[in-house]
Design a protein around this ligand. Structure first.
Ligand code: FES
Ligand code: FES
Length: 189
């Protein structure tokens, strides 16, 4: 039987199940099907497993980083059914049936995505730890708003922390990408 772990947690909070059975439930295994970077996966996950750990540990897509594990830093951002989500804030079981794009899915035929190119050209990274999350947030922004102002870019990056760059070159990288994508009319992910 397919069980939604999200519903199980709601049940725990509303005291519909005992602590003991809650323990059993969070330790149980669930079957999920997801499409990640265009590839279909059928996997078994623990009910309590976070999406970010599923991507990194089971699918070995380690481009999605873990900076805080508490939904603050944005390093774990991926695109889920067309929207940016912090993959440490949801369970892998909640992604059942969803389509996910990680940073590994952006380059096509050996060519960097314009946002990746923008980070390279405008020196949008130093240590690079925040970069995958910044890039996926930028993908979401440019999908929704292909010609953002500088203020709109800074606003979009509010949930992504960078301790190295001071953000200026990240903003420039996204402006570079917006121009490039307009010229090329790059397909949305
Ligand atoms: S690791 Fe997810 S927001 Fe920091
Ligand atoms: S480049 Fe180091 S944290 Fe952003």
């Amino acid at each position: 039987m397919q069980v939604s772990s999200f519903n199980l947690i709601i049940s725990k909070e509303t005291h519909l199940i005992t602590n003991n059975s809650y323990h059993n439930i969070v330790n149980m295994n669930l079957s999920i099907q997801v499409e990640v970077n265009g590839k279909k996966h059928r996997s078994t996950v623990e009910a309590r497993q976070l999406l970010v750990y599923y991507l990194r540990d089971q699918l070995r897509l380690t481009g999605t980083h873990i900076g805080c594990d508490t939904s603050s830093c944005g390093a774990c951002t991926v695109i889920l059914d067309g929207k940016a989500v912090k993959s440490c804030t949801m369970l892998a079981a909640q992604a059942d049936g969803c389509s996910i794009t990680t940073v590994e899915g952006l380059a096509q035929n050996g060519e960097l995505h314009p946002i990746q190119e923008g980070f390279r050209e405008e020196h949008g990274l130093q240590c690079g730890f925040c970069t995958p999350g910044m890039i996926m947030t930028a993908v979401d922004l440019l999908n929704k708003n292909p010609e953002p102002t500088e203020t709109e870019i800074r606003h979009a990056l509010e949930g992504n922390f960078c301790r190295c760059t001071g953000y200026h070159n990240i903003v420039k990288a996204i402006q570079y990408a917006a121009t490039k994508m307009k010229e090329k009319e790059v397909a949305h992910v």
